[in-house]
Design a protein around this ligand. Structure first.
Ligand code: HEM
Length: 274
């Protein structure tokens, strides 16, 4: 679930487009539109995000806050819930979504490096941000790119927030049981991205710092932080997943909407008392 929350935060923000905005067209944002437009999660590129979307959808009404605040806070908490995951600054105060997310803007693992860096530039990211952000694939699994290898992870230490992804993606052959996306392998070797990519190998400190900066930007795409409120100090120092999850039939922990709501209520209480 935490890794799904991180991917959801990206798919929510990743339809933001400066180009469409300049043309006066609906241009997405980190606005939580997944929790507001029931059709968005049905798009093929959002396969696998149904369970996390269903778990989060009741929360904006329950807490009287916007879908964007709930969804993007879940992404930040998702990173924190990964062992070793950094605490990313959390901002709240996003308004209700203004439009249905534009289609055709989310990246495919078969896109070229040129297309992907161009698309991320249209969101407002430098290539360095993009290479830092894809490091989230170090906690990722794939199910739909190659269903015959569903469940395989994108690095050899998928349960830990670390930089092994950059090494595992660069070496000539994938480690046993690791599924590498073609787009990630291309980033590792393309002249325009290889230096940044290799720069994170064995360099956890730089990656954590760059990832935190880029994720913060991602979580506020479409908004000016001057209009939002920084609530980082109210974030827990770490998250114990067992407190918000119950095991499913296969023994895997699944986030329980009820326990999640109770935990959020607890963290929110000091905020309301201020
Ligand atoms: C070049 C851009 C990107 C491409 C082409 C891409 C593509 C993909 C694909 C194909 C999957 C596997 C989906 C499946 O089969 O289940 C995936 C998973 C994932 N992606 Fe990305 N992604 C990109 C960028 C990002 C970014 C920027 C983030 C977050 C900051 C992110 C976070 C994740 C996570 C956490 C998963 C694992 C989800 C899970 O295991 O449930 N991705 N991505």
């Amino acid at each position: 679930m935490p890794r799904a929350a991180v991917r959801l935060a990206f798919h929510d923000a990743g339809t933001f487009s400066l180009r469409l905005g300049a043309l006066g067209l609906p241009n997405g944002a980190a606005d939580g539109s997944f929790l507001w437009d029931p059709d968005e999660v049905q798009r093929v590129e959002n396969n696998g995000l149904q369970a996390i979307t269903a778990a989060l959808t009741p929360l904006p009404a329950h807490f009287g806050v916007s879908p964007g605040d709930v969804l993007q806070l879940a992404g930040v908490l998702g990173v924190l819930a990964c062992p070793g995951g950094p605490r990313i600054d959390a901002w709240v105060g996003r308004p209700q979504p203004a439009n249905v997310a534009p289609t055709g803007l989310l990246p495919s693992p078969f896109d070229t490096v040129e297309h992907l860096t161009g698309r991320f530039a249209d969101m407002g990211f430098a290539a360095t941000d993009l290479i830092a952000l894809v490091g989230a694939h170090g906690t990722a699994k794939q199910r739909f790119v190659d269903p015959s290898r569903a469940g395989q992870s994108m690095d050899s230490t998928v349960d830990i927030w670390d930089v092994n992804f950059y090494n595992d993606t660069t070496i000539p052959d994938a480690p046993n049981g690791v599924f590498r996306l073609q787009s990630d392998v291309n980033f590792a070797h393309n002249a325009s991205t290889t230096a940044e990519f290799h720069g994170y190998i064995n360099n956890q400190e730089d990656w954590d710092q760059d990832y935190r900066t880029a994720h913060l930007l991602m979580s506020t795409l479409g908004y000016n932080t001057a209009d939002l409120t920084n609530c980082t100090e109210l974030m827990p120092a770490s998250i114990n997943l067992t407190q918000i999850s119950t095991p499913d039939a296969g023994g895997r922990l699944q986030v329980s909407p009820m326990l999640l709501a109770a935990a959020l209520e607890k963290y929110r209480a000091p905020w309301l008392a201020m």
